[in-house]
Design a binder for this molecule. Structure first.
Ligand SMILES: [Zn+2]
Length: 226
């Protein structure tokens, strides 16, 4: 991978196409490090390979999975998301009295006990953001992977997906629930619900899905539709 000098880099920012190393380069053939701004010439990678920055070691890009297999993964995550929100997370028993709740039920309880801020945070980070994230990914991947057409709101969709990356916190919620359950054991009888297992699987899937950079999806779209 050839590294550009700072003069070539600043020249590149002004011009869409540039003559470097005796060749015509377009911006599509270049990739910038998100951590240190060093610009490199893109090289083709084999499946599963990743390119790293020589200066800071950050990941530059990788060869993403095909859109159809990524779509299958997103649909699976969506189905598990529906299951996780349709069944109780946990059932507790104290002196013959049973109590159980779903994720939305837990958020609603927060509103009822004047903890509206916590309720809103739970709703946003574990329900609204993951739901919109999965639906937008399905929209983009279906349009390009199956119908081979550029989605009408592609730019807006990918920007929203990029912004939402930091707000999805299903795994944090799951760890919070598990810590609470461990503390409750001994005081009450705790019976894990279907949704608890579903949230565990969903967390793993979402971590994998969010490890795929939006930039790599952009590049794959350019490659597929060019
Ligand atoms: Zn770097």
């Amino acid at each position: 991978m050839s590294q550009l000098t700072s003069e070539q880099r600043s020249e590149l920012l002004k011009n869409k196409d540039l003559h470097i190393f005796g060749e015509d380069l377009s911006q599509l053939e270049l990739v910038g490090c998100e951590e240190c701004d060093t610009i490199y010439r893109r090289v083709d990678l084999a499946a599963g390979e990743r390119a790293y920055c020589e200066c800071c070691g950050a990941e530059l890009y990788r060869q993403p999975k095909s859109f159809t297999s990524l779509l299958a993964l997103v649909i699976t995550a969506f189905i598990i998301f529906v299951i996780a929100n349709s069944f109780p997370i946990v059932k507790v028993e104290l002196q013959g009295n049973f109590s159980q709740t779903t994720l939305l039920g837990a958020a609603w309880t927060m509103f009822q006990i004047d903890r509206a801020f916590v309720g809103i945070l739970i709703l946003i980070t574990t329900f609204i953001v993951p739901l919109i994230d999965l639906m937008l990914l399905m929209y983009v991947l279906t349009s390009i992977g199956i119908f081979k057409t550029r989605p009408k709101f592609l730019r807006l969709t990918l920007r929203v997906l990029f912004l939402f990356r930091v707000w999805g916190m299903v795994e944090v919620f799951l760890i919070g629930v598990l810590v609470t359950l461990v503390k409750l054991v001994g005081m009450v009888i705790v019976i894990p619900g279907i949704a608890l297992w579903a949230f565990g699987i969903l967390s793993i899937l979402l971590v994998y899905i969010s490890s795929i950079k939006i930039k790599d999806i952009w590049d794959e779209i350019d490659r597929c539709l060019s």
